[in-house]
Design a protein. Structure first.
Length: 366
């Protein structure tokens, strides 16, 4: 699904005017607008409402991680489930993942607190993310505002937490402590997941970690204000993630969907669960043994919706890590499907392209 822009108005000036308010989509809603500005309108042919309704028979797998580090038989079963889920869905929900429910509640509150703080204070964090700025945490609306075909009904902050963790004073007070604590727990869980995924790929448990898959972590806080005309807009446009894996926490509102066998499927909110999905970089190094599924978030009359996406990637940092299909997963009958790239090269291509419904991986296919 490719969204084409409809440029019969001065879109660029309207984007700039919106950007310069530094108040994001929340600012529009606070000003009590009753119609969606045209920079956000999804062309009708590509509107999610024109898709078939989600199929109720197809359910995303839920995997219970209880006992994986204590009981070898249980661990084997879980590895088999992970292999099936990532090979056919690219996604699963997990329960008993080790992060306390109370911490999940606290991080959602922290993100809500950041977006709902005094607008003048929040504006000080607003930037387009050039790393020459002093701010580690980048808050804006639509990282791809000027390149994507349609603006999304969402505000976001992006905060790199590893390999160079921010100093507490570099973080906004609304979510400082919980962001540090949550990302520590997510890193532990990520390491456990990379071990399970390594084994699911029939590699040594440490293989993906040794390659550097858990080296970089960024936490994104998303805020989706209520939308006066949700049928005309989209919360997050169709995309695959620019990560090795993503660990996602969503609140109770819903709207996250993934594309499975050509059907859009709802990912139902579960306050105790976290969603895991394969990103493009893991698909590339697995030589398509696991895949990075397209997903999106619908706009909603009800809101705000909050979600926290933890991205395992070093992003735009220059690291020595090269991504290429893992030797053990390549053979004469199954040759490498991608060329070698750096994470930075991939990231730059992803950012320039924006969320336009086309996979960034295509560029690196052999
Ligand atoms: O808000 C969500 O539920 C999904 C966000 C997402 O897909 C992303 O951050 O890549
Ligand atoms: Fe995503």
């Amino acid at each position: 699904m490719k969204l084409s822009s409809h440029q019969n108005y001065d879109r660029k000036s309207e984007l700039t005017a919106f950007d310069e308010t530094k108040s994001g989509v929340k600012g529009l809603v606070d000003a009590e607008i009753t119609t969606v500005p045209r920079i956000f309108i999804v062309p009708s042919s590509e509107n999610p409402n024109s898709d078939e309704p989600p199929s109720p028979e197809l359910n995303l797998p839920t995997i219970d991680l209880e006992g994986i580090n204590e009981d070898p038989i249980r661990r084997k079963e879980v590895i088999e489930q992970v292999k099936n889920a990532l090979g056919s869905w690219g996604f699963f929900q997990m329960v008993n993942h080790g992060i306390p429910d109370s911490m999940l509640e606290e991080i959602k509150k922290g993100v809500l607190g950041f977006f709902e703080q005094d607008d003048e204070v929040k504006k000080e964090w607003y930037s387009r993310g050039d790393r020459s700025g002093k701010l580690k945490l980048v808050y804006n609306s639509n990282f791809d505002l000027y390149s994507a075909p349609v603006a999304n009904w969402r505000d976001t902050f992006y905060c790199p937490m590893a390999p160079d963790p921010p100093q507490p004073h570099e973080l906004p007070s609304a979510c400082r402590d919980i962001l540090m604590e949550y990302s520590k727990e997510v890193m532990k869980l990520g390491i456990n997941l990379f071990k399970l995924i390594s084994e699911a790929l029939q590699l040594n448990p440490d293989h993906l970690i040794k390659l550097g898959c858990a080296e970089g972590l960024a936490v994104l806080g998303h805020y989706y204000p209520p939308c006066p005309q949700p049928e005309l807009a989209i919360g997050t446009n169709t995309h695959t993630d620019n990560t090795f894996i993503t660990i996602l926490l969503q609140d109770e509102i819903g709207g996250l969907q993934l594309l499975h066998q050509n059907h859009w499927i709802n990912i139902p909110p579960n306050p105790k669960a976290l969603v895991v999905n394969v990103g493009d970089l893991l698909q590339l190094i697995s030589n398509d043994k696991v895949f990075s599924a397209q997903h999106r978030v619908l706009a909603n009359k009800i809101g705000p919706r909050v979600s926290i996406a933890s991205f395992f990637t070093t992003g735009d940092l220059q690291t020595s890590m090269v991504c290429e299909p893992i030797k053990e997963l390549v053979s004469e009958e199954n040759p490498a499907k991608y060329r070698s790239i750096t994470v930075k090269e991939y990231h730059e291509h992803f950012n320039t392209k924006g969320l336009n419904g086309i996979s960034a991986l295509l560029r690196f296919k052999i």
